[in-house]
Design a protein. Structure first.
Length: 350
């Protein structure tokens, strides 16, 4: 194993430049060796911007000319499977953006290829590593809210960045725009539900754009002992990701946009003094979380989901342990997304 792993990135769009490249650059164990994009000019500009030696238009060309340890796939999910299989067959470890693929059968091929070549396969489920999320998982595992009984998620994306882009590739996904951010709410739900057997969905088109049939979704994911209720909005001008996790002895609220967690215990009494103590405690958590994040931003110590996950993936290769998100976990998200899209088509047509 070399001292530093050589990385090649496929796709030079926003998530590559905003999340992946900065995260790799913060690791002392990798070298960004090359980038690849169908738009060769974009690849060359990205390489020049970040002082990356190689720029290519085709993955096959990059693989033949570079001795890569890791291929990081940030291309649209429609082509994840062929790109990943090509890299895996060359003996490269593969990291890829969610969703892993559009079909479970494609996920199976990737998992089999990684296993046969003895390499790691990891999927970017970045919100699981957004600082409040692992903290909540630890508290719940320790019994802080009693027995887990259910959860709800609210996700909204700015309409001008998503739904109003007429020719954006997300509209060509199965189920349309829900195929892009739907995996986020699925993998967050699976972190607590463990499995999903049944789904239901309601959808509306308030903005009445002809290129995308829906801009509001309400989804129910039913596990063995609990449910996750999801609201997804693309008609707003806000970015929000809020998660409430319920238990028999309290609940936890996660603001994954502002990156803080609030733990609400059981109310002991509605009498003024005790209620005031309960209220002040919860507000103190919010103020403390915001202050800690502000300090982390100023000192550049606040870590984000991509950075933590990518570092964990590199460590899994160097120390030969399981990656932060396995191919099997990515496959389960794709399976649930297939259920959601199937239900959407049953209720509203294709």
């Amino acid at each position: 194993m070399p001292d530093k792993l050589k990385v090649g990135i496929v796709g030079c769009g926003g998530v590559t430049q905003q999340e992946h490249i900065p995260s790799f650059l913060k690791s002392g164990n990798v070298v960004l060796q090359s980038v690849c994009d169908k738009n060769k000019d974009l690849a060359q500009r990205t390489a020049a911007k970040y002082h990356i030696p190689g720029a290519y238009a085709e993955l096959s060309d990059m693989l033949s000319k570079e001795r890569l340890d890791i291929v990081d796939i940030c291309a649209p999910p429609q082509i994840h499977a062929p790109l990943a299989l090509e890299a895996l067959q060359q003996g490269c470890h593969v990291l890829m953006e969610k969703p892993m693929a559009l079909k479970v059968s494609d996920c199976d091929q990737m998992i089999d290829a990684a296993r046969s070549k003895g390499v790691k396969l990891c999927i970017i489920h970045n919100q699981l590593f957004n600082p409040p999320f692992p903290k909540a998982r630890r508290l719940i595992a320790e019994g802080a809210i009693g027995d887990f009984t259910g959860m709800r998620i609210f996700l909204s994306d700015h309409r001008d960045e998503m739904i109003m882009r007429k020719d954006y590739w997300i509209h060509k996904l199965p189920g349309g725009i829900i195929g892009e951010s739907g995996p986020h709410v699925v993998y967050m739900s699976l972190a607590f539900l463990n499995s999903v057997q049944n789904v239901d969905i309601h959808a509306r088109n308030f903005l009445e754009h002809p290129w995308a049939p829906f801009d509001e979704f309400r989804i129910e994911l039913e596990g063995e002992k609990a449910m996750s209720s999801v609201a997804m909005s693309y008609s707003t001008t806000r970015h929000d990701l809020l998660v409430d996790i319920f238990g028999t002895e309290g609940f936890i609220h996660l603001d994954l946009t502002a990156k803080f967690m609030t733990h609400y215990g059981m109310k002991e009494s509605v009498r003024p003094v005790r209620f005031a103590r309960y209220f002040l405690n919860t507000k103190a958590q919010e103020v403390g979380g915001i202050a800690a994040n502000a300090f982390g931003l100023m000192t550049r110590t606040l870590k984000f989901g991509h950075e933590t996950l990518i570092k964990g993936f590199v460590d899994s290769i160097l120390n030969n342990h399981q990656p932060p998100v396995t191919g099997e976990e990515g496959r389960e998200v794709v399976r649930v997304m297939e259920l959601i899209v199937e239900k959407l088509h049953q209720k509203y047509g294709s």
